[in-house]
Design a protein around this ligand. Sequence first.
Ligand code: SF4
Length: 95
Amino acid sequence: MGRCSALSSRGCTKISPGCTNCYAARFAERFRDVPRHPYEQGFDLRLVAHKLAEPLTWSKSRRVFVNSMSDLFQAGVPDDYVGDVVRSPSGQGRS
Ligand code: SF4
């Protein structure tokens, strides 16, 4: 089984001293202002709804890491969107 990340959102807001060395923020900010790059807006929060159905295009099953570059439960993510992610193919587990 392959592995991949499903990025239903990108970016986050630092909320505690534990965020000081956030690897995702450091990675994303390297690409701020790079035209058409997924992190053109750096680590600013963005919802990426068009990625939710992407697993339906895969021919083989993969282990999915949902939101490796964000925090799905941060204050800026609407509850309805969290529900969309959980109900999406990316959020559904298979046995
Ligand atoms: S992704 Fe985690 S460590 Fe990084 S800023 Fe958000 S809450 Fe902090």
